[in-house]
Design a protein around this ligand. Structure first.
Ligand code: FAD
Length: 282
């Protein structure tokens, strides 16, 4: 990739089993061939994956690959989070995806979430500019937001607290991203907002997840995907074309890069990136 190439990043979630870890190494090596700017690794609600997230980050760093752990306070105290950040810094981690996270399922009503802007301010206070801080953004608006303008205002709050850039929740309607960028700019946000891209792997999982995270699958797309029934191969092929076109529209209209929710699979992310011609020149 040269400097003018769009930024490219791939997201993993940490796996628990030895088999899953082994598979993730293969996927990582295959996707690393595209010379991404970094891999990010999610963090379970309430810190439930703390050790596993750290494990994947350690393995990426040992291979000399840029790695960005996701992080939220969850139920942890400041010292626990500071210790984790110190460990990341010692490993050479230069980027953190700072989040509020969600209340873990099965936990009662006293659980206090720490807003992402507070985590950003906390990291800046203790580590200065040691980390590039990414935050989450929602072109179709966070499901708990009181209003569109509130959500944009809170995103601005994350940048004001010291975030450098944002990665969006996935979406299938590029207009939602373009309108959101306009609204963010009107609120004085100048930092880059990278679209999050969800390859289409499994219709049932996609609809279930989209319903909870507030990402819309347009009715026509639901119907088109339903139409494939059990023909997963054809559905995936349709999904690759659809998501490739979405990425093309985004990049042609000045999206600064793409962040892929790989779901720990090489395909279809690798195929989409290949279709886009985002292949290292070396
Ligand atoms: P915040 O920015 O804190 O916002 C949460 C809600 O509160 C919004 O409705 C917002 O409008 C409102 N709000 C924000 N600030 C304030 C404030 N100061 N006062 C009052 N209201 C406020 N989840 C995980 O569990 N693990 C992950 O690794 C993970 N990675 C993610 C990566 C990306 C790129 C994205 C887009 C999401 C990710 N999530 C992850 C999901 C995320 O944790 C949830 O969407 C969560 O509900 C909100 O997190 P946030 O950081 O956006 O929260």
């Amino acid at each position: 990739m040269n400097d003018s190439s769009p930024r490219l990043s791939f997201e993993f979630f940490p796996t628990r089993t030895a088999e899953g870890k082994e598979k993730l190494l293969t996927v990582r090596n295959q996707l690393n061939a595209f010379a991404p700017d970094f891999f990010s690794v999610t963090y379970g609600a309430g810190g439930s994956t703390r050790e596993n997230t750290k494990g994947v980050i350690t393995s990426l760093r040992e291979a000399g690959i840029a790695a960005a752990p996701h992080l939220s306070f969850g139920g942890d105290d400041e010292e626990t989070i500071l210790q984790l950040l110190r460990e990341y810094k010692d490993m050479g981690v230069e980027r953190i995806v700072a989040l509020r996270g969600d209340v873990p399922s099965g936990i009662g009503g006293t659980y206090q979430l720490v807003y992402a802007n507070e985590l950003v301010a906390f990291i800046r206070k203790h580590f200065g500019d040691d980390f590039h801080l990414e935050v989450a953004a929602y072109p179709e608006i966070h499901p708990q937001a009181k209003s569109y303008s509130d959500d944009v205002r809170y995103l601005k709050g994350k940048f004001d607290a010291g975030a450098n850039s944002a990665i969006t929740q996935y979406f299938f309607n590029p207009d939602s991203y373009f309108y959101f960028i306009d609204q963010c700019q009107k609120q004085g946000i100048t930092q880059p907002i990278y679209p999050g891209i969800m390859p289409i792997l499994n219709y049932r999982n996609l609809t279930r997840f989209s319903d909870t995270c507030g990402a819309e699958i347009p009715r026509w797309l639901r119907k088109a995907l339903e139409n494939y029934g059990d023909d997963e191969a054809s559905m995936r092929s349709f999904g690759i074309d659809l998501v490739t076109e979405l990425c093309e529209v985004l990049l042609e209209n000045d999206a600064p890069g793409l962040h892929f929710y790989t779901m720990n699979q090489t395909e279809p992310t690798a195929q989409i990136v290949t279709n886009l011609g985002l292949i290292p020149t070396e």
